[in-house]
Design a protein around this ligand. Sequence first.
Ligand code: SF4
Length: 230
Amino acid sequence: MPVLSDIPIELDAREVVLALHQGKKVPPSLVSETRTAISKSRPWMHPRALYAWVSVREVAGEKVVLQPANGNQHVSLNLGPHADLMTAAELALVSVVTIGGELNRQVDALNKAGEFLGAYLIDSIGVVALAEVGKTVRRYAEEQAAARGWGVSAALAPGSLQGWPIEGQFDLCSLLPLDEIDVRLNESGVLVPFKSASSLIGTGRRYRSQKVGSVCRFCMRADTCWRRRK
Ligand code: SF4
């Protein structure tokens, strides 16, 4: 199954700080501190992406039925009330991205040493870095859809899209050999290492958008998420 490992991560200290402060003015000293933290944390990031294309057989009520290309049995995802976001999908890109576990180990070590601000900063840099890896997958979906003259859905994920609980990762991730990128699911359905994320992106001729959007308006974490888009 395709694995991407040569993934550039563009991190701009000012943008990281602005995201953390939700666009409010921030002291230049914090930007400088973040720049240093970005340089320090680069060796702790090991970005990888694993993906598979699957056919979308049907959307029935709150369920989306996917057919893997390898002929394996179909997989039914219980997306909940927003399953209609996949109604126009003919092919879907299922993916898991990660930056590995090293950065989180460093964050734990900093917390244990009482360096809470440094730990918070590096943890936040990891969140932004993971989002950058996700962008690579989204761009790939957009390019593949554009080559067919198709459009794309938003990126949907269990534990984020309202009505699709985190346990939905078990069904979604059954379509991918996670061990190829050293990722696993724990008993609660959470991806380990924690700086990992899954997504489902629909593509099809009836989608109007050429850009994979976010589902912030339908997201369970919208109230607390500092990356939320309007
Ligand atoms: S609110 Fe945050 S977690 Fe939810 S979709 Fe938007 S960026 Fe992602």
